[in-house]
Write a protein that binds this ligand. Structure first.
Ligand code: KG4
Ligand code: ZN
Length: 344
């Protein structure tokens, strides 16, 4: 099928999101976020997220259908995030998708959240997602992936051995009393600061660590270094700390991603996931990829953070590629390797 009409459902964290895609065209992208209910806790509370998904699921589907002018009966398939994520949150989307697929007698595709972050690239580019290196950086994950075929063959090259990049942003934002979620707030604060003010450590980049962790990340040492700096420097300049911390993360993410491109001979890099919305990461990536002769693709910031369009995009690619649908009654999985883009 060349231009399948797909409805995608995403409920892995705190966004109840529904996207509708035809082929590579985005027809609707509706997001109901419960982030404000979590802000006072300084992080996502799973039970609160699940309850919010239950309340928002049906109205979000209705709104996406209304926005796109699509009728449920016209859909070619339903796609849903089956994992990884918060299991109670995933269950709400997976149950809704199972119900829809059964009632409408449509194929169901349970997709990997990480692969769908990369697949969203489809919606903003004319040409196909070719073999590429993907830097996937979100609140729960930080990986470098070798994407040979986005619906079938993804090879993880490295990942974080402690915190995810987004998690590090959120923790440092808390230390700097900026609020939650921290990524966008640090991004904004850092614009007033000097990224070279403080030399924070670049985790797993010295030769000894590289031997075992060439494409892995570690951000816990950076978090400790920032925390120690704040304790030792009561008169610290918040914007400088934010900018220097952000620079340390950006530097390591790009050093390793570009090295992965060079080592595999793949001259294309997709940066995806919530942290890909970071303006400094996007700016430095453009510079370094241009120097290295690598084609850089970054989805628009609004499609970097969790959304339903990315799920529908991966569903669309799966249907176009003739991949078999998942079994009806699929279950949610809290953790699953990025090597499995579509559930059996
Ligand atoms: O992909 P995402 O929406 O959800 C997960 O799958 O985790 O990523 C959310 C993460 C949060 O940690 C948030 O702080 C971070 O992405 N983030 C950012 C920015 N916007 C969102 N981090 C840095 N700079 C940003 N502009
Ligand atoms: Zn995500």
């Amino acid at each position: 099928m060349s231009e399948p009409l797909i409805l995608g459902i995403e409920t892995s964290c705190d966004e109840t999101a529904v996207g509708i895609v035809k082929g590579r065209k985005l027809l609707a992208n509706v997001i109901a976020s419960s982030v404000e209910e979590h802000a006072r806790f300084g992080g996502v509370v799973p039970e609160v997220a699940s309850r919010a998904h239950l309340e928002a699921m049906q109205p979000t589907i209705d709104k996406a259908l209304q926005e796109s002018g699509i009728k449920l009966k016209d859909l070619d398939a339903i796609a849903v995030t089956a994992g990884p994520g918060l299991v109670g949150a995933l269950l709400v989307g997976v149950s809704a998708a199972n119900g829809l697929a059964l009632a409408l007698n449509k194929p169901l595709y349970g997709v990997n959240h990480l692969a769908s972050h990369v697949a969203v690239d489809l919606l903003t580019h004319e040409d196909d997602v070719k073999p590429t290196i993907a830097l996937l950086v979100s609140g729960g994950h930080s990986s470098i992936l070798q994407v040979n075929d986005i619906t079938n063959e993804i090879q993880p090259l490295g990942q974080t051995i402690d915190d995810a990049a987004g998690e590090a942003f959120d923790k440092i934002a808390r230390l700097l009393k900026l609020g939650f979620p921290g990524g966008p707030l640090i991004d904004k604060e850092a614009k007033q600061g000097d990224e070279n003010a403080i030399a924070f450590p670049r985790g797993l980049t010295n030769p000894k660590d590289l031997a075992d962790h060439e494409f892995d990340f570690s951000f816990s040492g950076l978090k400790t270094a920032v925390s120690r700096y704040l304790q030792a420097t009561p008169e610290y300049v918040r914007a400088d700390v934010a900018a220097s911390f952000q620079e340390a993360i950006v530097d390591v993410l790009l050093q390793k991603s570009i090295k992965a491109c060079k080592q595999t001979g793949i001259d294309s890099l997709v940066i995806a996931g919530g942290v890909a919305a970071n303006s400094r990461l996007r700016f430095v990536a453009e510079q370094r990829c241009a120097t290295a002769g690598i084609e850089l693709r970054t989805p628009p910031p609004s499609l970097c953070t969790d959304n339903g369009a990315m799920v529908a995009a991966l569903g669309s690619l799966a249907v176009s590629a003739g991949r078999p649908p998942s079994a009806l009654g699929i279950e949610a999985a809290s953790s699953i390797s990025p090597a499995i883009p579509i559930w059996a």
